[in-house]
Write a protein that binds this ligand. Structure first.
Ligand code: BGC
Length: 803
């Protein structure tokens, strides 16, 4: 782009060139226009490592250039450490640049609405404040290296089930206060190069065709000036997506599709103004991020060390009755195949080929010596089964050791992009192993490798549980550091661990086939559990340290109109080891006329202290921290009355409280317990005897302010572009389609061998809709042909006698 401004280049482009720029050249690059000097931009996944496919295997998930695999987002979110996540972002940016990648496709900042979400490992938290602060650090780090970020998946993409066609039905308050909030902060504070529009529909249109979302909220309200790129295959028709604000359709759909868009331009169906606006933004992106060349080769050893530090920082010590850290000189039995063959990253588009992998077994053996460590696999790594001999071997190892470390978790087939889980259980063989080892040795430490919460039925009977999440390629050495006390477990839960899946507010809500109603509205995660006072296994924000801390009284200073509330608390390390503590500030609205969760996280700060050291932590809350979205006024409102500021170690461990009122006054007293609740303008959610949580249908309709869309399956033979293949299974043609598409997908994307993996591939593919055909066929089957195929499938389904 020598010497020309993007606006000058725009003026020189033909309409055909403009149209061509609004779609990818292939799966990973945008188009170049050599005549005018527009360079291509290379993009690449993903959030916790760079995935640059090897030449000739563009769509393979498993055949990419080696790159550092950092901890996945659930582990980074648990670090509560934006400075560290920024360092990870810088490392990712350097590796991306080294691969010529101008835009890195991350971070994912969707909320974990339900613990069964198949992509939860790729998201930071169930809370928008934490997600947005950690996500902002990631974006800031990456972009400081000259590589752009892609904030994804915008918006309300909280389920994998039927992800290509499902409509998320979300009331305005839940959208503004939760689902959009995690994007808003990052867009406003970090100005990411791109935002990725999600696959799903949101309150009607697909996100890629949602003018309210893209042109209205993102650009109009938040001032986003970058490029909106579609998720891969999510933009079906550029004549609808470009005017709605989705500039770039990825990947490319070929020349035929360009001709179709040009015809729409000529006929006026695609407004020239909309096209020019999108192209200008794409030219600006190309000017900044085209032809990226890393200045020097990234230091992969240093990145491995950073991955190790980050994994320890995100490791959450859930429980410790004095067994940890393991005393020097102990004989340790390491039990569980995941100690030798770890699960350290998620499955799907974020899959990275690591530069090296540390295992816990190897790291403990190196640290303690061969003779101090014994090992028993305890179960089959690839299948949920354990033989009597495996269990007996595990028992013998546990009996002979001072400490037994049992490593269990979710295998790849239990948790992947593309499929939601159906329960929160570990493989039965893993649970059985924990019980067996615990019976043999009371000094049992359970180490977890999983991307999202699991039920821990044996939690009360084991003395120590360590949540390692999917800690990246250095997770083994990081876990050894933590178990031996060389590093402290720095993590605090960024999500609630329910006792049982059935306790979770979202688990039993009406779902699919056409819509997902977010009936729980604001009552997501701890917002529900704390409002209901319901028991949890481990609360949001929880995590233990190897040292102890004391907190001073909190000083709370209130500025005029609550524009600034300052909370000061002095934290002292009263133990004998160095360690970190996280001060969390929640706000409780004592006198709201709107329904509000019991409390919401509004600020946090992590502090590191040596033994005997103290530090004053200062946290600031702005007006927004006390405000709610008023769905009638379509604006943030700060209601009069009292608020309680809660300084806490977790959402269930409140250490200090102060009551404040707008206007600068501070009331120095504990709030009375018997306060009359104010009259609510809206109905409150309830829990039915069936344990469903949420607003009943009529009340939810009122919250939505419109008629709830229908949620019935597409009738046999009336399938639409948004019907997933899984919903065609009653027809023979649907079953044939699934078999064919699954085998094609395995051949193209690559999949680890094995019947279980094939079954997962089938589950992933079953979410596909006909809208995805042009993308998955690489443009070979275009839009018109996809419609014709759908018509044929409908005819065959109607003729299907088996139905
Ligand atoms: C995923 C995105 C990813 C893209 C490119 C999509 O299926 O949803 O997160 O960036 O593929 O691999």
């Amino acid at each position: 782009m020598t010497g020309q401004t993007p606006a000058e280049m725009l003026a020189r482009l033909t309409d055909a060139e403009k149209v061509s720029l609004t779609a990818g050249a292939d799966a990973w690059t945008t188009r170049a226009v050599d005549r005018v000097g527009v360079p291509a931009v290379r993009v690449g996944d993903g959030p916790h490592g760079v995935r640059r496919p090897q030449e000739g295997s563009a769509l393979s998930m498993f055949d990419s250039h080696p790159a550092t695999c950092f901890p996945t987002a659930s582990a980074l979110g648990s670090s509560w450490d934006p400075a560290l996540v920024r360092e990870v972002g810088i490392a990712l940016g350097r590796e991306a640049a080294g691969h010529g990648i101008g835009v890195l496709l991350g971070p994912g900042v969707n909320l974990k609405r339900t613990p069964v979400g198949g992509r939860n490992f790729e998201y930071f938290s169930e809370d928008p404040h934490l997600s947005s602060r950690i996500g902002a650090a990631w974006v800031g780090g990456v972009q400081s290296t000259g590589v752009g970020a892609s904030l994804k998946h915008f918006a309300a993409n909280n389920t994998e089930q039927r992800r290509y066609g499902i409509e998320a039905v979300v009331d305005e308050r839940a959208l503004r206060e939760l689902y959009l909030a995690s994007f808003e902060h990052i867009v406003v504070s970090e100005r990411p190069a791109t935002v990725m529009a999600a696959y799903n529909r949101l309150n009607g249109p697909h996100c890629t065709e949602n003018a309210w979302l893209l042109n209205g909220v993102l650009r109009g309200e938040w001032g986003f000036e970058g490029v909106v790129v579609s998720d891969w295959g999510a933009a079906w028709d550029r004549t609808a997506s470009v005017p709605a604000g989705n500039d770039l359709a990825m990947p490319g759909l070929g020349k035929g599709d360009d001709r179709y868009v040009q015809r729409a331009l000529t006929s006026g169906r695609l407004p020239q103004k909309a096209l020019d606006a999108s192209v200008l933004r794409i030219l600006e992106l190309a000017a900044r991020y085209g032809d990226v060349q890393g200045t020097s080769a990234p230091d992969l050893e240093a990145h491995h060390d950073l991955a190790r530090r980050a994994a320890a920082a995100g490791t959450v010590l859930l429980k410790n009755d004095g067994v940890l850290p393991i005393a020097t000189g102990s004989r340790v039995a390491v039990i569980g195949a995941m100690a030798e063959e770890p699960r350290f990253q998620g499955a799907g588009s974020s899959h990275v080929v690591p530069t090296q992998v540390d295992t816990l077994l190897q790291a403990l053996t190196e640290a303690l010596g061969d003779s101090a460590v014994s090992y028993a696999p305890g179960y089959d790594r690839g299948h949920d089964r354990a033989s009597a001999a495996q269990l007996a071997q595990a028992r013998v190892a546990a009996l002979a050791a001072d400490v037994a470390v049992v490593v269990v978790g979710l295998p790849e087939t239990f948790e992947t992009e593309g499929v939601d889980r159906e329960h929160l259980r570990l493989p039965a063989s893993h649970d059985r192993l924990v019980e067996t080892v615990r019976a043999a040795n009371p000094r049992t430490v359970v180490v977890l490798q999983n991307g999202s919460p699991v039920e821990l039925p044996w939690a009360a009977s084991v003395p120590a549980i360590v949540e390692g999440y999917l800690g990246g390629q250095a997770s083994g050495s990081a876990m050894a550091d933590v178990l031996l006390g060389a590093a402290e477990p720095g993590g605090r839960l960024a999500e609630t661990f329910p006792v049982r899946y059935d306790d979770h507010p979202v688990s039993v809500l009406p779902n699919g086939p056409a819509t997902i109603e977010y009936r729980e509205s604001l009552y997501v995660g701890y917002r529900w559990f704390d409002s209901a006072g319901e028991a949890v296994a481990f609360p949001f924000g929880h995590g233990l340290s190897y040292t102890s801390f004391s907190w001073s009284e909190a000083t709370v200073t209130v500025g005029e109109g609550l524009d600034e509330v300052e909370v000061r608390v002095t934290v002292s390390n009263t133990g004998s080891r160095s360690g970190s503590d996280v001060v969390q500030v929640y706000v409780h609205d004592a006198e709201s006329t709107l329904f509000r969760p019991e409390q919401e996280l509004r600020a946090f700060e992590k502090v590191w202290l040596s033994p005997g050291e103290s530090s004053e932590v200062v946290l600031r809350l702005d007006r927004r921290a006390f405000s709610a979205w008023d769905a009638d006024a379509h604006a943030w409102v700060l209601e009069p009355g009292e608020f309680e500021v809660r300084v806490a170690r977790s959402s269930r461990d409140i250490v200090r409280r102060a009551t404040v009122v707008p206007g600068g006054a501070r009331v120095d007293r504990e709030p009375p317990d018997d306060r009359e609740p104010p009259a609510h303008r809206d109905p409150l959610p309830y829990r039915e005897p069936s344990r469903a949580v949420g607003f009943p249908a009529t009340a939810f309709g009122k919250l939505l302010g419109r008629t709830r869309p229908g949620n019935t399956a597409a009738r046999q033979g009336r399938f639409t572009l948004d019907t997933s293949i899984r919903d065609m299974q009653e027809a023979r043609v649907g079953r044939i389609l699934l078999r064919f598409a699954t085998s094609r997908a395995i051949a193209t994307l690559g999949a680890p061998a094995g019947a279980a993996a094939d079954a997962v591939a089938g589950d992933v593919v079953s979410q596909f809709t006909f809208r995805m055909i042009p993308t998955v066929s690489g443009g070979l089957v275009g839009r018109r042909a996809a419609r014709r195929l759908l018509a044929i499938v409908n005819v065959l389904a109607r003729l299907d006698r088996s139905f």
